[in-house]
Design a protein around this ligand. Structure first.
Ligand code: AMP
Length: 285
């Protein structure tokens, strides 16, 4: 496995990779969720997997956790080596943004809801850095987690609308045994906060189990947790996030803050014919 940090070394190492190449973009502090993406890349037919590790300043607003975001390159490299990754690209901020950023990717209407409503500019930053990584690594396949469902949806739109010609693979969310979605930000949680954080996955599973009123069932679990789980949004949408719920497939998405840690999660929901979109209103804090 080759580890590179600058553009010239990346170009040389990339040129040496033949066959089908997959990119797995990450911000590091890797856990089983990230490693599952490497396995998904191989299952999708990749001969070589490139993993990028870059905490992208463009997707953090002032006051968010850019400075304190967990970073551990040595541990990440060790984990990726044992997964059979071919190439790790871990650039500095100066390598990625060697000049003032002038042109960014405009992510369209889906970026204005859910995460985008709470974090203005977030998806401009995500799609801009992913575009740069796509150009720098020229993959055939790129793998993203369903954990960040809205991000996955927008990246599919990016490659379709701007003709990237890259196959986007979505990988299922990896959870701890008790249901908590694995996340680099879970490292911020104290033991009691981690217990409260379980409210999110419990609410989603309660929602998915109630095919008539998923939003009502999920909302009850969140309310029962009290004020320590500060709800940002709980929404039931179409699977593509673009239309009101129609048909029997939907996505239930939640964001909440526990202590000072903002957590997100989501789940697929199958609706029964008795479901009506008005059985529960959208739930916001
Ligand atoms: P991040 O390092 O948080 O930017 O995430 C990098 C990639 O890993 C994204 O495609 C995420 O959706 C994915 N990811 C993060 N957590 C998980 C998880 N628990 N299960 C599956 N994929 C994940």
């Amino acid at each position: 496995m080759t580890v590179v940090t600058d553009r010239a070394s990346l170009a040389t190492a990339r040129a040496a990779l033949t066959g089908t190449v997959a990119l797995v973009p990450t911000m590091g502090a890797l856990h089983e969720g990230h490693l599952s993406l490497v396995r998904s890349a191989k299952a999708a037919g990749a001969d070589h997997v490139i993993v990028s590790i870059f905490v992208n300043p463009l997707q953090f607003a002032p006051g968010e956790d850019f400075e304190t975001y967990p970073r551990d390159l040595d541990a990440d490299v060790t984990a990726l080596r044992s997964e059979g990754v071919s190439l790790v690209f871990a650039p500095t901020r100066e390598v990625m943004y060697s000049h003032r950023v002038r042109v960014t990717v405009s992510p369209g209407p889906v970026a204005g809801i859910l995460e985008g409503a709470s974090r203005p500019g977030f998806f401009d930053g995500v799609l801009t850095v992913v575009t740069k990584l796509f150009h720098l690594t020229t993959p055939d396949i790129a793998v993203f987690g369903e954990k960040d469902y809205q991000q996955l949806t927008l990246i599919r739109q990016l490659v379709t609308d701007l003709d990237f010609g890259i196959d986007i693979v979505g990988a299922p969310t990896v959870r701890d045994a008790d249901g908590l979605a694995k996340s680099s930000r879970n490292a911020y949680l104290s033991t009691p906060q981690r217990e409260l954080a379980l409210t999110l996955s419990r609410a989603l599973h309660a929602g998915a189990a109630d095919t008539v009123d998923p939003l009502g069932a999920a909302s009850t679990v969140i309310s029962d947790a009290g004020d320590a789980v500060e709800l940002d949004y709980l929404e039931l949408t179409s699977p593509d996030l673009g239309e009101p719920v129609a048909g029997d497939q939907a996505r239930l998405l939640v964001a909440a803050t526990v202590g000072s840690t903002r957590l997100i999660d989501n789940i697929a929901v199958t609706l029964s014919p008795e479901f009506t979109a008005h059985s529960s209103p959208r739930v916001h804090s």
